[in-house]
Design a binder for this molecule. Structure first.
Ligand SMILES: [Zn+2]
Length: 176
């Protein structure tokens, strides 16, 4: 997988919707939007969407006191989340993974009998920095280091925030 290439592009609109719902604690609705993004997306980033949607389902199980369901779905999510850079399409993936890990440590500590006492303040928000495309068809580059929108000029792409730069031809990206 060329994670770098996959990560330097804009998010699917349904993925953004899903993450907003996730951050409102609406895990069921979040899962539905992310599933649409997962089905609709043809690039490998779809698997990142799948991982996020499985965390939404994990959290849903926790809120419903379903210990086994939470442990099972979390276990499945790991392989979809592990291979991405710290920031992908502006999403703070590493932070997201670490937040979910802390949630599951607490769930395992509580165990099946006490999962009802789970402290929901441990559900942290997904942080992302989405480049808006303003309805135009121009290509958006999202820095894989810091998540900022990058500037492109004559195929030279640079990040105004951290100085990350590359030549668009290096990435072999096809413009629609
Ligand atoms: Zn940057």
């Amino acid at each position: 997988m060329n994670a770098l290439r996959e990560c330097m592009s804009a998010l699917h609109p349904q993925a953004i919707e899903g993450m907003k719902l996730f951050n409102e604690g609406k895990f069921f609705e979040a899962h539905e939007e992310l599933e649409t993004a997962w089905k609709d997306e043809t690039g490998e980033v779809r698997e990142l969407y799948r991982g996020i949607l499985q965390i939404a389902v994990t959290y849903l199980h926790i809120t419903r006191g379903n210990y086994e369901g939470a442990v099972k779905v979390y276990g499945r999510s790991l392989k979809w989340l592990k291979d991405w850079p710290d920031v992908c399409r502006g999403i703070q993936v590493r932070k997201f993974r670490e937040d979910a890990e802390l949630v599951m440590k607490e769930v395992e500590k509580l165990g099946k009998d006490n999962i009802g006492r789970f402290d929901k303040s441990l559900f942290k928000q997904i942080v992302w920095n989405a480049a808006e495309d303003g309805g135009e068809s121009r290509k958006i580059w999202v820095c894989d280091r810091c998540g900022s929108e990058m500037h492109e000029k004559n195929c030279k792409v640079s990040c105004p925030n951290c100085g990350n730069r590359f030549d668009c031809s290096d990435l072999n990206i096809y413009f629609d």
